[in-house]
Ligand binder design. Sequence first.
Ligand code: 5GP
Length: 187
Amino acid sequence: MRSEGLLLVISGPAGAGKGTVVGELVKDENIRLSISATTRAPRGQEQNGVEYHFLSREEFEKMIEENGFYEYAQYVGNYYGSPKKPVEKWRSEGKDVILEIEVQGCKKVKSIEPGCISIFIKPPSLEVLEKRLRGRGTETEEVIAKRMARAKEELLLAEDYDYVVVNDALEDCVADVRRIIEENRSV
Ligand code: 5GP
């Protein structure tokens, strides 16, 4: 049996395609995705307990007080956090756990667990990023502008990550990330 699973932190600006990449990775039964909690409203077809646990600010703050998060951060006006219990349980079962979180969260995880593996998914260009964000058709101009501004800041932090992978062709990006996981599993 495998010993404790890896803790993988995957970040990248909204629209870089992280979600799609992660969706491919979790087809491996040894990899689990942590479902975050957030105070933002569901987008499009998102369902409670599937993409996120959607909480009120009061519920979220209560969970902070109860020390229920592995890490949490504020992003464009909302709270986002990774519930602690499932992460610990899966890792103790030998599963690798992915936290798909933004850059402040990654810093916190690194400080708690220096052995985590951090991967930054980059869009091929800012133009492509904006096109992908608009293509979703679920956000207002104001939110798109805020997310683009935040994306520019985040791209500057890519070099703090253990690995940077460009998501130009999805298959290549997924193959690169799988290779990174394999390499680290055998360490
Ligand atoms: P979105 O609103 O587009 O789903 O997510 C916005 C940002 O929050 C993304 O960069 C996403 O990776 C990040 N995020 C999602 N869940 C968490 C979390 O639990 N903790 C932190 N720190 N960031 C998160």
